[in-house]
Design a protein around this ligand. Sequence first.
Ligand SMILES: Cc1cc2nc3c(=O)[nH]c(=O)nc-3n(C[C@H](O)[C@H](O)[C@H](O)COP(=O)(O)OP(=O)(O)OC[C@H]3O[C@@H](n4cnc5c(N)ncnc54)[C@H](O)[C@@H]3O)c2cc1C
Length: 544
Amino acid sequence: MKPAESSYDVVVLGSGAAGLSAAVTAASAGLRVLVVEKADQLGGTTAWSGGNVWIPNNPLMPSVGVPDSAEEAMTYLLSLSRDVMDEDLVRAFVTAGPEMVAFLDAKAGTEFYVAEGFPDYHPERPGGKPQGGRTLETPLFPFDELGEWQHRVTPGPYFAELALVQKETPIGAAVPQPPSAEELERRKVHDERGRGHSLVGRLLKACLDLGVVPVTSARARDLVRVEGRVTGVVVEVDGTRREVTANRGVVLATGGFEWNEAYKKAFLRGPLTHPVTMPTSEGDGLTMAMRIGVSLGNMREAWWSPVADLPPGVNAMNRVMVNADRTRPRSIMVNRTGRRFTNEAANYNAFGGAFHAEDVADFRYANLPCWLVFDQEYLRRYGTVGPFPPGEEPPPWLTTAGSLRELAETLGIPPEAFAETVERWNAYAAAGHDPDFHRGESAHDRWWGDPHLKGRPGATLGPLTEPPFHAISLVSGALGTKGGPRTDVDARVLDLDGQAVEGLYAAGNVMASPFGMTYGGAGGTLAPAMVFGFLAGRHLAGMR
Ligand SMILES: Cc1cc2nc3c(=O)[nH]c(=O)nc-3n(C[C@H](O)[C@H](O)[C@H](O)COP(=O)(O)OP(=O)(O)OC[C@H]3O[C@@H](n4cnc5c(N)ncnc54)[C@H](O)[C@@H]3O)c2cc1C
């Protein structure tokens, strides 16, 4: 699809949360904006996501009775810094987050509400919120309002049913609460969709209403520079390259580089074998930015997650992030020594650290491979990864055995050590306390565990006693990388001398995340994508 014209005020590269937020903000100030999308459909990984957006001190927190302040948010985030966060950018995020929410609610009909009770990912840190309040979501959006664009948003591989809000899926609750069949039928009438689709649908509608017409199957290849200023971009459509002028500037919003093997090898701090994102995240924005000599930051990092590698046919990606499944009672994770190695119910991003730990003597990764192990009662209550609902036959790709010894032998791990591990775990479960890894002590772990057991130790601690026993191998994945061009507080890309490159902006996973190694809470990746997209749009429009 070719751009209708060859000259715009702003050209935005990428149609995920970062790109669409920038486009709406710039267009609502009257600028002429083009959105260029490499894939044949819109929305990027954002459309596949849960759609949660983590905004500390957001204007909706009073509605759920949770107090917050910019200073509390700064205290919380900087307590997780390890001296790698850029404090100015963190402050820009914390300050502009609430403004972005108010702006998009007014201009893009986002209708944010608090996903109640969702704790921060390190809620016991100073300034953390064990009671939640910072995680936002948008309500179901009727896609028939998009007219001819109704079927132009990428459906994503993970949930056949798009008409779900986050808590109705296993990425939003350890035990999902699916809507009734009647409610699902009702949602079909106007093609109401939730999660990332709702977010993309709302932003897209706002763009279309403002006259921003995206082009798809159009891949940005190169930035055009005149006397140091970025003045446009070379876009490839059907194998033909053409130049599009951007009189005010270009916004890089092309996502991460998790599908680019060479970049992963060059930059990341450890293995990322199984991204769960759009395969168009090949680091194109990074390539274009490196060509003009920008300054890079946070290159080692990703939004890490344990992932299950599934056989063909289980879902379109043959993989799924493993989130709720590891927090449920009657399950543990073990490595090749047959031992537990971490708090299984910790937030998914923290597993990057566990997966990159070295067995120094052996020169192997200490915790890869590893397995999630659970008993038959777990399967009966919760189903399993896939998702396979409770009560169904266990999927054939689970490793299943009648005894712990047999399971260990099949997995190739030492049976004695494995039996000791399970015995020790079962004793901890009975005592309601995990002295080894403190599972269940954080409000985070208990929010994810079995909500029917909320408030009790059994919310995430439970013994493995009922044969047969089951195992599934887990691998190192991510929801995107988070290193790239460094920016200033207005999302302007910086050159090697730390000066803003005139006319070039970056937002989302393409940019050097302000957050270093950290994931603040549910929605912690979409939030900076949208806030820095908003900041870019605002600066382009001269509103700052
Ligand atoms: C299952 C799942 C659930 C998730 N849930 C959440 C959640 O609830 N909350 C949260 O905060 N995060 C969540 N994430 C992570 C989140 O989806 C991503 O971090 C976020 O979408 C990144 O936004 P972005 O705008 O930077 O990139 P994207 O949304 O990926 O958009 C980038 C776009 O740029 C396009 N592009 C790439 N190269 C070019 C080029 N050369 N020219 C033009 N276009 C190009 C891509 O095709 C893509 O459409 C989830 C991820 C997954 C996989």
